[in-house]
Design a protein around this ligand. Structure first.
Ligand code: CU
Length: 124
């Protein structure tokens, strides 16, 4: 009897909570889409410099593919081949560095500014 009365109240609270969650999620989506934020996933053949990491850190492409590195951070990064095969120089926030890989092989690279910021390209 008493417990029977409690359920409609609880139900309304749950519905209210669900509505709030839905509304808040809607707001979040709008906020994230408005500025060029660092959320999301890089498109094919693109590597993002994001939160001082290369994303993805390893990428595999076929020969003659151009990979574009895009700096999603506000700080400067570089895309520098470990063996000197390519070097972007300084890429400022929002900047890009395209490079075409014409020969098969594995190419390790790093950022000269941030130690531990490393990546690898495999060309087949
Ligand atoms: Cu860097």
């Amino acid at each position: 009897m008493k417990s029977g009365k409690k359920y409609p109240g609880k139900f309304l609270l749950v519905m209210l909570a669900l509505s709030l969650v839905t509304i808040m999620n809607g707001c979040k989506k709008t906020e994230y889409n408005a500025p060029s934020s660092s959320s999301g996933t890089p498109p094919a053949n693109e590597v993002w410099m994001q939160n001082n990491t290369f994303n993805p850190s390893t990428i595999t492409v076929s020969a003659n593919t151009t990979i574009t590195w895009r700096n999603k951070d506000s700080v400067t990064h570089t895309v520098t081949s470990d063996n000197g095969a390519f070097d972007s120089g300084n890429v400022g926030g929002g900047g890009t560095f395209p490079h075409q890989f014409t020969t098969a092989g594995t190419f390790s690279y790093h950022c000269t500014i941030h130690s531990g910021m490393t990546g690898q390209v495999t060309v087949h």
